[in-house]
Each structure stands twice: as C-alpha cells, then as structure tokens.
Write a protein that binds this ligand. Structure first.
Ligand code: HEM
Length: 525
C-alpha cells in the first residue's frame, strides 16, 4: 500500500515538474520578455515544439514556412528588432534588426551552435561547422587557404566539366522524353554535390558505393544527403524522439535507442567507415610517394599530417570536414541556382538578356558558344547573371538565418538581455523582404543589384551570414552558380510549367517544393 502511495506521489511530482518546466516556464518567460521590451519584440509561442509549429502553420496557411517572417516588417511598422520564441522548454531570441544581427555575429564566441539533429551532431562534431574557440580558429585558418578566390581557380576546370556532363545527360533524356519535367534544385544538386566531392577527394563519387537496406547500393554522396534528410524526418514525426532529444541531447543514440535511431546509427557508422577507408588508403599512398600530392582537400590535410608532426589534425577531423563541406555546400548552392532557374523561366526577357550576356562574353575570346570557352578571369564580367543569383538569394535564401545557437553567458545585445542558456538566432529573410529596404520586395528584379545601382545597407542582405563565422564557401558557391546558369542558358530554353504551384518549405534548407517546375528545350547556338 505504502509502496503504491509513494510511487504515485513520485509520478505526480514528476508530472507537475514536467508541466512547469516544459509548458508553464517558457510561457511565463515570454510574457516577461514582452512586458520588458514592448513593441520592439514580437512573441511566438506554441506549447511543445514551439517555433517549429509556426513554420508548419505558415506553410499550411500560406504555402510558405517563413511567410510569418516575410511579412513581419510590413505588419509591425518596421518597429520590430527581434522576436522571442520557445522550442520545448527553451526560450530564445531571433534578432532581425541589422545592427543587432551585426552585434550577435561580432560576439560569436558568446554562443555555441546547438545540435539540430542527432545525425548532424554525429557527422560534424569534429568539423569547422561545429568547432568552437581555438579549435575553430585553427580549422578556419587551414581550410580558409583553399577557399581563397585564387585557389578556387584550381576547381574551375572540374566545375565546367561536371556542368557539361549534366547538360549532356539531360539532352539525352530529352530525346526520349521531350516533355520531361525538370527538377530545378535536384538537377543543380547533381552538379554542386559532385563539385564538393571532387574538390575534397580529387575524384568523382560514382564509384564509391554504400550498401543499402534493400541490398542495393547508392553513391556515397547520395547516402550522405539521404541520412541527413531522414534524420530530420524522423525527428519531425516522432514526438517521443523530440522529447528524448530535448532531455538527452547528444546521448539520445546511447540511451534506450528507438528502432529508427538504431537504423540511422548503423547507416552513419557505415558511411563514416567508408570515408575512413578512403582516407587511410590515400594516407598510405602519400607516405610512400609524397610527390603524388594534389590540390584537393584530402591531400592537403594528409600532407600537413605527414610533414608537420606537431599538427593536431586527426583522421576524424578530416572525415567530419568532408561531411560538413558536403552538407554546407551541396543543398545550399543547389537551392540558390534552382530558384534562379525557376525565376528565369517566369521572366523570359530577363532569361534572354542573361543568355546574350553569356554568349557575348564567351565569344570575345573564342569562337565557341559553349561553357568550355569560358575563362576564369571573365567570371567577374557577368553582371546580370551575378545579379540574378543575388536576387534569388534575396527572395529564397537557402540559409534563411543561421544555425540556432545557445548562449554561453549572460550578454546584452542592444537593449536585450540574453541569459546564459537562451537560444539565439539571426533571421536574414526579415530584412531581405522588408519593403523599406527593398522596394517591391516580392518582385524578382535582378536589375536592383546591377553595377552602378545604389547599394543597400550591407547588414540587410546577408545570405552568407557575416562576421568571422560567415560562409567560408561563398566564393565557390557564386562561381558554381554562375557556371551552372551560363551552361544551362547556352544549352536550353527554360520554360515554365503553368500547372505547377510553387511552395516554399523550410526543411534543413529553405527552398522550393516541389521542384519539378520547368521544361528544358534544347538549343543549337
Ligand atoms: C548559396 C550557397 C551557400 C549559402 C547560402 C551558405 C550560407 C551559409 C551561412 C548562412 C553560414 C553561416 C552558418 C552559421 O553560422 O550558422 C555558412 C557557413 C558555412 N558554410 Fe556556407 N553557404 C553556401 C555555400 C557553401 C559552400 C559551397 C561551402 C563549401 C563547400 C560552404 C561551407 C560553409 C562552412 C564550412 C560554414 C561554417 C563556417 C564557420 O563556422 O567558420 N557553404 N554558410
């Protein structure tokens, strides 16, 4: 009797603590924040998943997960400097005022990126993406050398070659099915994933296969993308897993793993082991013949490991950085370029003008009107194509904000008092769709970016983030983007599919859904 009584008391006590900690406390904190900052802040509260519910609601009501942010400036008379939100038991600030965004990124050491999913923690823990302090500085310095504009020149021939292979493949497919619906993002990702793979390993991914559950096999790059997508999918749909992640953080795989977690973990282990085998094999080759070292990331890492005995590079760091660069560089650049193709399909006169720009610049030096004739030095001349990419990034920023952070200490951002343990984010899409900053904010108008036009406040257009932790791959992304657009414009007319209705979805990356939005009609220049 007394055992049952005490057990019931403990369970009741647990329920009360749970209700207070997960449901009441975040709500009370948000009410206090509203009282303190009034009009300067907007509150977004939902019990349980919090902000994630707002994304879902916005998507269902407006076919755009970030519609609430796009129109926040409009609806609040430009007064808003931040919005406060909850995710489970945690409360956070997302800053939207350009000066406050600047302050957050100047003080990057005060914040640490949170593990947004288990797969991300498992794949990237030792990489630049999640590193902090001295370790981050060391990695940024090492990797930074290979991302300088002049160094990217080394990857340029591969980028052109991969673009050509993909457009040749599409031409072949169109012979069989002229009305094939082209998936704009997926098509661009075939190029961007291969570029990162080649820049890292110096070879293509096609020959490196991973076994799948159904006893088939897929290229390693495909498996990496699919693991990340699956990890978010199971987290979104499984409430128990959401709660486990909130409570156990990185330990959720270790303690009472659910069936889906075990399956995901096995795939992750297999993927990392495959990468490790490649790295170790190459390490042996370079120990035997150091002169075989090439200008790809893997060889540069291994060269440093072999030549400098005091370096602190580990095999795990190399593997995690491959995963991180692949993740950070593939979907983002694919979405930017995919969105640009979609907007070009809707704007045939801009499309034709961009095509003429491409033909004219390439023909200045060669007889060719193919991407083969494109010179690296000429990339800076593509004013309209560069502006098309910028306008696509403004309207559909693949990274609509940064990875959520957690504050290491109490810190003031402007007048806002952020407490240790609060979540902190900066959301760029707010300024990028603010009519006070960009007239006719919803209109695709690349001309607003052309040389000689008045420049906007640099902190109002930050698709690659800002400060010391800005995007290390931004030059590579823009170069890839230009090559992809130039190549497709020269090879195809891009035609919209009128029956398609476009939605904007926030998955890991913000982008078009569905993406089978255009037809390609082959051109003979
Ligand atoms: C259109 C394409 C791209 C966009 C919009 C983009 C955007 C961003 C943003 C917003 C950040 C800051 C994230 C944060 O602080 O939470 C970032 C960081 C990063 N990006 Fe990109 N990115 C793109 C392409 C690339 C490419 C091509 C690569 C490399 C192949 C890359 C590698 C990275 C890395 C490693 C970081 C972390 C840097 C650090 O923490 O020091 N990105 N990117």
């Amino acid at each position: 009797m007394s055992f049952i009584f005490f057990t019931s008391i403990i369970i009741l006590f647990g329920i009360i603590i749970f209700i207070y900690r997960f449901l009441l406390l975040p709500k009370i904190r948000l009410i206090q924040i509203k009282r303190k900052y009034g009009d300067k802040i907007k509150i977004i509260h939902h019990y349980g998943p919090g902000l994630l519910v707002e994304y879902k609601k916005s998507y269902i009501q407006n076919k755009d997960s970030l519609n609430f942010l796009r129109h926040m400036a409009n609806q609040n008379g430009n007064n808003i400097q931040a919005y406060a939100f909850n995710i489970g038991a945690s409360v956070g600030y997302s800053f939207v005022d350009p000066e406050l965004i600047k302050l957050v990124h100047q003080n990057h050491d005060a914040f640490q990126k949170i593990d947004v999913s288990q797969a991300i923690a498992y794949l990237f823990s030792n990489s630049l993406l999640l590193a902090t302090g001295k370790n981050w500085q060391k990695q940024r310095q090492f990797l930074g050398k290979s991302f300088h504009y002049d160094e990217i020149k080394n990857y340029f021939p591969s980028i052109k070659e991969i673009c050509l292979q993909v457009s040749d493949r599409i031409r072949d497919e169109l012979i069989k099915n002229p009305n094939k619906e082209i998936k704009v993002v997926k098509t661009c990702e075939q190029i961007t994933s291969e570029v990162v793979f080649k820049a890292f390993f110096g070879s293509t991914s096609e020959n490196i296969l991973i076994n799948t559950d159904d006893e088939g096999s897929v290229p390693i790059s495909q498996e990496l993308v699919s693991i990340i997508v699956d990890s978010f999918r199971i987290l979104q749909h499984n409430k128990l897993l959401q709660l486990k992640s909130q409570l156990l953080k990185r330990k959720t795989f270790d303690i009472f793993p659910l069936k889906e977690e075990t399956k995901l973990l096995n795939r992750l282990i297999q993927l990392k082991q495959t990468c490790k085998n490649i790295v170790l094999k190459r390490q042996q080759e370079l120990i035997l013949d150091p002169s075989a070292c090439k200008k790809n990331f893997l060889d540069l890492y291994l060269k440093e490991m072999i030549q400098n005995v005091n370096n602190e590079i580990t095999i795990e760091e190399i593997i995690d950085n491959f995963c991180a660069l692949f993740f950070a560089g593939t979907d983002t650049t694919g979405n930017m370029t995919g969105a640009a193709l979609y907007f070009l399909s809707l704007n045939p006169s801009i499309q034709q003008e961009a095509r003429e720009e491409a033909m004219q610049i390439i023909k200045q030096k060669t007889d060719s009107s193919e991407i083969k004739g494109l010179q690296f030095e000429d990339l800076a001349k593509f004013d309209l194509i560069n502006s098309i990419l910028k306008e696509s990034l403004r309207l559909v920023p693949p990274a609509s904000g940064v990875f959520p952070r957690i504050s290491n200490k109490d810190i003031k951002i402007g007048q806002f008092e952020v407490k240790k343990g609060d979540l902190v984010n900066t959301h760029f899409i707010y300024n990028q769709s603010n009519p006070q900053v960009f007239a006719n904010q919803d209109q695709f108008n690349p001309y607003r970016w052309m040389k000689g036009k008045e420049q906007v406040n640099v902190f109002s257009f930050t698709p690659f983030s800002l400060g010391p932790r800005n995007c290390i791959g931004q030059h590579l992304a823009m170069i890839e983007g230009k090559c992809i657009l130039i190549n497709f414009l020269l090879n195809f007319d891009i035609i919209p599919i009128p029956s398609k209705e476009v939605h904007y979805d926030m998955k890991i990356i913000y982008g078009l859904n569905p993406d089978n939005l255009v037809y390609f009609r082959p051109r003979n220049n």
